[in-house]
Design a protein around this ligand. Structure first.
Ligand code: NAP
Ligand code: F7E
Length: 340
């Protein structure tokens, strides 16, 4: 009987870590979930997907070379999915150095350990549409020049190029997924989509506070995380390591996302005013629903992103399955249940 493949998933307590582990377990993998020591480890995602007892948790910190070395060499995984990161762009402006260490140097540690001790182990790196930042062309493809706009984006660019460099220099299976924003009911509440769906859910349950939000004009290409982890897996099964964009090709503003979310509870938003004075009202009752709060503005903004995933479709057969209105509905309904 052939042995199950072993996967090491870093960032297991995050959104993608949970979705990817569920997929790998369903495919018969032995999954090791790498997670830094925490006084209150967040197991919600793994519990929600019913796999809490099926993942072997190992202590792992991307800041600690010897720890990464011991984890990788003792498990000897067939595949490493490096999803761990300081992933919140806004926080990266406040913690630029630790973000650079975790999201940049941490990846160099993994690459060098694999190169030296386990050169047959495949590595997936969570690259990001934040690499495009101040976009140089639209839509963005694997060939679009990079122009990151945050310490997060810059650190991810270093990691991205280290992956390509190790792939080309040492024949390591180092694959990068340039994923555009993907959301789900497991998204952290600091990110704008989940902040909005959580707020709308609470509003529908009687908490009538206003939603305080930042840049309403910023626009993103949002997909469903459950669809995107399938793409990660497909990239790792492809015969050669490569770089792939995963995206929907559709772009919507934060204002659109807010509209969709209130629509999911049958509330229509009427917008009035401009810039920091813009406000959203319930079109039926006139009640104030949304105000702009400049404290959420970023020192440098990524205004608009639109991805072109045609390479992933052609080479891997990957396509997103979930439209934005369906995604919003999933998230709002989940948050209503969670808050009830
Ligand atoms: P997430 O929910 O924020 O999860 C990040 C994970 O990284 C958490 O498990 C966190 O652990 C862990 N982590 C943070 N610092 C660490 C460290 N020093 N050592 C070890 N683990 C550490 O992120 P996500 O949305 O699932 O995204 C997964 C990956 O894809 C990230 O690398 C992100 O940058 C990238 N990405 C995300 C998107 C997106 O739209 N979601 C798009 C493109 C790329 P704790 O629980 O201990 O904090
Ligand atoms: O912001 C604007 C904000 O924090 C989206 C990460 O997963 O995706 C994510 O990064 C936009 C920005 O995600 C608020 O200014 C307005 O323009 O949800 P976000 P992000 O920065 O796009 C990429 C692909 C990653 O790789 C990252 O890891 O929304 N915005 N008002 C707001 N953002 C937040 N968080 N909160 C607000 O109140």
């Amino acid at each position: 009987m052939s042995q199950n493949k072993k996967a090491l998933v870093t960032g297991i307590t995050g959104q993608d870590g949970a979705w990817l582990s569920k997929l790998l377990i369903d495919k018969g993998y032995e999954v090791y979930g790498a997670s830094r020591r925490n006084s209150n480890r967040n197991m919600y995602g793994l519990k929600y997907l019913g796999i809490e007892d099926k993942v072997k948790i190992v202590d792992f910190d991307l800041l600690d070379y010897s720890n990464i070395h011991d984890v990788i060499t003792s498990i000897q995984p067939d595949e490493i999915y490096n999803l761990a990161a300081q992933s919140f762009v806004a926080a990266s402006f406040k913690q630029p150095i630790s973000t650079s260490m975790i999201d940049g140097i941490g990846v160099a540690y993994i690459l060098d350990i694999v190169k030296t001790f386990l050169p047959k182990t495949k590595i997936y790196q969570a690259s990001t549409s934040e690499l495009y930042g101040k976009v140089q062309e639209t839509p963005q493809t694997e060939k679009t020049p990079l122009y990151p706009r945050s310490p997060y984006g810059v650190a991810k660019q270093y990691a991205h190029w280290m992956m390509i460099n190790y792939r080309e220099s040492y024949d390591i299976f180092a694959t990068c997924g340039i994923l555009f924003n993907h959301e789900s009911e497991l998204r952290g509440k600091e990110f704008v989509t989940r902040k909005i769906t959580d707020h709308v859910a609470k509003y529908s349950l009687g908490n009538k506070a206003e939603l305080r939000i930042g840049n309403l004009d910023s626009s993103r290409d949002w997909g469903y995380a459950k669809d995107y982890v399938e793409g990660m897996y497909m990239m790792m099964q492809h015969e050669t390591p490569d770089t792939f964009v995963l995206a929907t090709g559709e772009t919507h503003s934060i204002r659109d996302f807010t509209n969709y979310s209130f629509n999911a509870i049958n509330v229509e938003v009427r917008w009035e005013g401009k810039g920091v004075e813009e406000k959203g009202y319930d079109s039926k009752t006139g009640e104030l629903l949304v105000v702009v709060d400049p404290s959420y503005f970023r020192p440098a903004e990524v205004d608009i992103l639109t991805g072109d995933a045609s390479k992933a479709k052609k080479v891997l057969g990957w396509e997103p399955k979930t439209k934005l209105d369906q995604l919003v509905k999933i998230m709002v309904e989940h948050d209503i249940k969670l808050n009830s």
